[in-house]
Design a binder for this molecule. Sequence first.
Ligand SMILES: [Zn+2]
Length: 304
Amino acid sequence: MGRRLLIALGVLAPTCFAAWLVWQSADQPGGGAGGSAPTLMPLPDHSQPGGGDGSDASGGGSGGGNGGGAQAGSGTGRKPLAGKTVVIDPGHNPNNRKHAAAINRSVSIGTGRKECDTTGTATASGYSEAEFTLDLARRVRAGLRAKGATVELTHNGRRPWGPCVDARARAGNQADADAVVSLHADGAPAGRRGFHVILPESVNEGVADTRPIVGPSRTLGHQLADSFRRFTGSKPASYAGDGEGTDTRADLGGLNLSRVPKVFLECGNMRDPRDAADLTDRGWRVRAARGVVEGISDYLTEER
Ligand SMILES: [Zn+2]
C-alpha cells in the first residue's frame, strides 16, 4: 500500500519523489535498483553514529535553502515542509542506566514532581527502548528534512544521560516547533500488543498549562496514528487508552510543559515477543519512520 502511494506521489510530484529517493539512498548503502526499489533496506544499527550532521536541539536546522516564505509556489521546487520546524524527542537515553542518581532527581511537571528521566524498557533479548527511539528518531529526521522541514532532536545519544523531561519539553518550546513527537515503546506485560499515541490532557497547574495545545495536539495525534497504522500495519493497542490508538494523560512532564503541539508515540510493546520482533526489525523501523514522517507531514500541510 505504501509503495503504491509513493509511486503515485512520484508521478504527481516529481520533486517529492526525488526527495524520497534522496532519503532512501541516505538510508540504504546499496542504493535502490533503478530508482524503483521499495524493498526497504536500512543501514545496520549504529552505522551512523551522528545520523547525518548530528545536530541536537541546540543545533541549527537543515538549511533547506528555500527560506520561510509563505507562498506554496507551484512548480518551483519548494518542498512541502519548507518553513516548518519539527522537534523529535527520542525517549530515554541508552546511557541512563549508568547515571541513576542524575536521572532519579525530581523535576516539576506542573501536576506534581517526577523523575528527571527513566531508563525505559527493553525487549527480552536486550534491545533497549532508548536504542530503538534513537534509531527511529534519526530516520524520522532524515525523512522530514527531505521534505524541507527544519528538524531538531532533543538528544542524539551523545549525552551521558537525559535530558530531563522538563528540558525535553523546553526544547520544543524554544524551537517554537510546529509539531513535537516524543518516541517511545511500551513495557506492558507480554500478550498486550499494538501502538498508541498519548495526547496531552487539559491541565492548568503550576508551571503547566496545556489548554492552548490540547486541540492541535489531538489533530496531530490522530494524523500520526492513522499514518503509523497505514505504514506499519500495526494495530492500535487494545490495552491502552480508548482502544482506537489514542490515550490522554496528565502525568507526563513532556506533555504538561509543552507550549507547542506535542504527542507521545508508543510504537509497540517491547515485552511482547511479536511486537518485539517488529521493533527489532530494521525494515519495520523504516516503515515506522515513514509512518511518523507522513503523519507529521499530513498535520503540518493541512494546518495551513
Ligand atoms: Zn518510554
